[in-house]
Design a protein around this ligand. Structure first.
Ligand SMILES: *[C@@H]1O[C@H](CO)[C@@H](O)[C@H](O)[C@H]1NC(C)=O
Ligand SMILES: *[C@@H]1O[C@H](CO)[C@@H](O)[C@H](O)[C@H]1NC(C)=O
Ligand SMILES: *[C@@H]1O[C@H](CO)[C@@H](O)[C@H](O)[C@H]1NC(C)=O
Ligand SMILES: *[C@@H]1O[C@H](CO)[C@@H](O)[C@H](O)[C@H]1NC(C)=O
Ligand SMILES: *[C@@H]1O[C@H](CO)[C@@H](O)[C@H](O)[C@H]1NC(C)=O
Ligand SMILES: *[C@@H]1O[C@H](CO)[C@@H](O)[C@H](O)[C@H]1NC(C)=O
Ligand SMILES: *[C@@H]1O[C@H](CO)[C@@H](O)[C@H](O)[C@H]1NC(C)=O
Ligand SMILES: *[C@@H]1O[C@H](CO)[C@@H](O)[C@H](O)[C@H]1NC(C)=O
Ligand SMILES: *[C@@H]1O[C@H](CO)[C@@H](O)[C@H](O)[C@H]1NC(C)=O
Length: 498
């Protein structure tokens, strides 16, 4: 071990001379990368092919040019050594990485999330002993959220031996392996390995890794954890010792089949900003009163059995930006326990059974003037005066699923002139949308799926010149497709009219 460190140090000492001379010849302060590193990167490039066959991959990666200026590369400012390699989102695919990568010992951050990697995590990664951040995660990006995304480049990785992977990565602070199938999946194996080799870990993200069995108590020694994401694994119950991590700021435990009561201690964490407990139907709990301002930014409780503790008291959620709630237990009492949510930007509510209180709930939503994103599931606007929705002038994204939308609410939608994304699924639209669609000239994405009582398709769709994506399917529009649709010159490839 010691000799390796010495070798690296000598290497670093010699580099400044090399680097400065290159910098002078360029007349630019940007350092040239070391030729060995450029060669290793060019070899690595051979491991990839483009997800979309017509695309060229990593065009800036050319022999003879300064690799510190290539896409996805950052060099150290004093030595010209490659310290960051980030190939996420370039539409790449690979069946195996060239081992040349593992000679880049100067790497501190490696980001191969959604880089089209397949198979076993290359064991050579364990040689990159200076890594501070390792991201091999896979994330689904919906076309709607990002119509310009560079094709399917999900990773399909598995990790048979967690201990060998992390045994040399003692400098690691961030580990993102979401979507990697961790085959030593019993909590004891991976928990012990992390506790033993990566004691200063700050971010642990293992969403959807097919973990099963309880989280091992050895993890309790990782006091430095700031963010934990263990969602979509069968790895309950919640270890209470997470609440002992003084800097814990993000705790994401959605869809983990959690049972029983959520420990109140977590709400005492001074720095807790993100709490995601969604999709755990048998997890009960209550929101405490927050006499002092809660630090929460994001609170996701939909699909849980949460309720408020003392319905009459008002909470203090001055910082809350994102809230998702379930309608099943939703009441005005519960909502008022949040107090005024003037800073809320994103809200997702599932109203389920329509009831008399719905009217007041909707007017509560109408007061959230800073909302930019609203998702409503299963709500029947025929119960209530809908005018409040039209007040949400900041709204950029509106999704309604299984809602009953009488004509007045449709014209309210027409007042939301800032809307960029509108999705109506399984809704009952009472009559033509003509009047409402007309004004939505900022719309980039419009989806109308499986809706009933749609009337005729408004010719006004042709005025929505910024539309990138248009999908109208399974809906009973009458009459013919308006010819104005030919005006939508910005539509990307995926326009459906079925
Ligand atoms: C130095 O490099 C940067 C980055 O590529 C470039 O934008 C800039 O024009 C260069 N400056 C000179 C003087 O060559
Ligand atoms: C890069 O160019 C040099 C000199 O022209 C050549 O020796 C080397 O083989 C090239 N490397 C690659 C990876 O093409
Ligand atoms: C890797 O890249 C993705 C996509 O750009 C980004 O969302 C993610 O935060 C990056 N990972 C790290 C550790 O920075
Ligand atoms: C918590 O964060 C503070 C400030 O960044 C740091 O000084 C302290 O060491 C951290 N505590 C732990 C247990 O990591
Ligand atoms: C939901 O919470 C209530 C108490 O608030 C409890 O009586 C009930 O059993 C819980 N339901 C489930 C499915 O856990
Ligand atoms: C949740 O609780 C219900 C009612 O107590 C029970 O029928 C169901 O099996 C539980 N679900 C899980 C995933 O344990
Ligand atoms: C709403 O947003 C505006 C502009 O960002 C801000 O000035 C205002 O304070 C916000 N309102 C609340 C109640 O947070
Ligand atoms: C929307 O369009 C209608 C006419 O189609 C108009 O009366 C209304 O003022 C418009 N609303 C906004 C907010 O521009
Ligand atoms: C839209 O298309 C219609 C029919 O194709 C055409 O008459 C009209 O001039 C176009 N309007 C705009 C604003 O381009």
């Amino acid at each position: 071990m010691a000799s390796i460190h010495w070798a690296l140090l000598l290497f670093l000492v010699q580099l400044p001379i090399l680097a400065t001379s290159s910098a002078h010849s360029d007349g630019n302060l940007t350092l040239w990368c070391h030729p060995d590193q450029a060669a290793a990167l060019l070899q690595l490039k051979q491991s990839f092919f483009a997800a979309e066959t017509t695309a060229t991959i990593l065009p800036s990666w050319q022999n003879g040019t300064n690799c510190c200026l290539w896409e996805g590369i950052i060099c150290d400012a004093s030595f010209g050594l490659v310290t960051v390699l980030d190939l996420s989102g370039y539409g790449l695919n690979s069946y195996g990485l060239d081992p040349a990568l593992f000679s880049l010992k100067s790497l501190r951050r490696l980001n191969f999330s959604n880089s089209g990697l397949d198979g076993q995590i290359p064991i050579g990664i364990s040689k990159l002993v200076n890594l501070v951040s390792l991201d091999l995660s896979s994330h689904r990006v919906s076309d709607y959220d990002d119509p310009t995304s560079a094709g399917d480049s999900f990773n399909h990785l598995r990790e048979p031996n967690f201990e060998i992977l992390v045994a040399n990565l003692n400098n690691l602070r961030e580990l993102y392996l979401d979507g990697v199938q961790i085959m030593s999946s019993s909590g004891e194996d991976w928990g012990k390995a992390l506790a033993k080799y990566v004691p200063h870990l700050q971010v642990l993200s293992l969403e959807g890794c097919r973990l099963n069995g309880p989280i091992h108590h050895s993890l309790s020694s990782l006091h430095s954890l700031v963010a934990i994401n263990l969602g979509s694994n069968d790895a309950g119950p919640i270890p209470e010792f997470f609440a002992d991590f003084p800097n814990l700021s993000e705790l994401q435990l959605s869809d983990m089949n959690l049972q029983g009561w959520f420990p109140q201690r977590f709400f005492q964490l001074k720095n807790l900003r993100v709490l995601d407990l969604s999709s755990n139907p048998n997890l009960s709990g209550h929101l405490p009163n927050f006499p002092h301002a809660s630090s929460l930014y994001t609170l996701r409780l939909e699909g849980t059995n949460f309720s408020s503790a003392k319905p009459s008291s008002s909470g203090n959620f001055k910082l809350l930006r994102e809230l998702t709630l379930d309608g099943k237990f939703l009441s005005m009492d519960f909502l008022s326990s949040f107090g005024v949510l003037g800073s809320l930007r994103q809200l997702k509510v599932s109203l389920m059974d329509s009831h008399k209180e719905l009217g007041s709930i909707l007017s509560w939503i109408g007061d959230l003037r800073n909302l930019t994103s609203l998702e409503l599931y299963v709500c029947d606007f025929s119960w209530t005066m809908p005018s409040s929705i039209g007040n949400l002038k900041a709204l950029r994204s509106l999704t309604m699923f299984d809602c009953n939308l009488p004509r007045p609410i449709l014209s309210e939608i027409g007042n939301l002139i800032g809307l960029q994304k509108l999705e109506l699924s399984d809704c009952k639209l009472h009559g033509s949308m003509a009047s409402s669609v007309h004004n939505l000239t900022n719309l980039r994405s419009l989806y109308i799926g499986s809706c009933d009582a749609c009337g005729t398709m408004p010719a006004a769709i042709g005025y929505l010149r910024n539309l990138r994506r248009l999908e109208i399917s399974g809906s009973d529009f009458s009459g013919s497709i308006p010819s104005t649709i030919g005006n939508l010159t910005n539509l990307k490839s995926h326009g459906y009219l079925v």
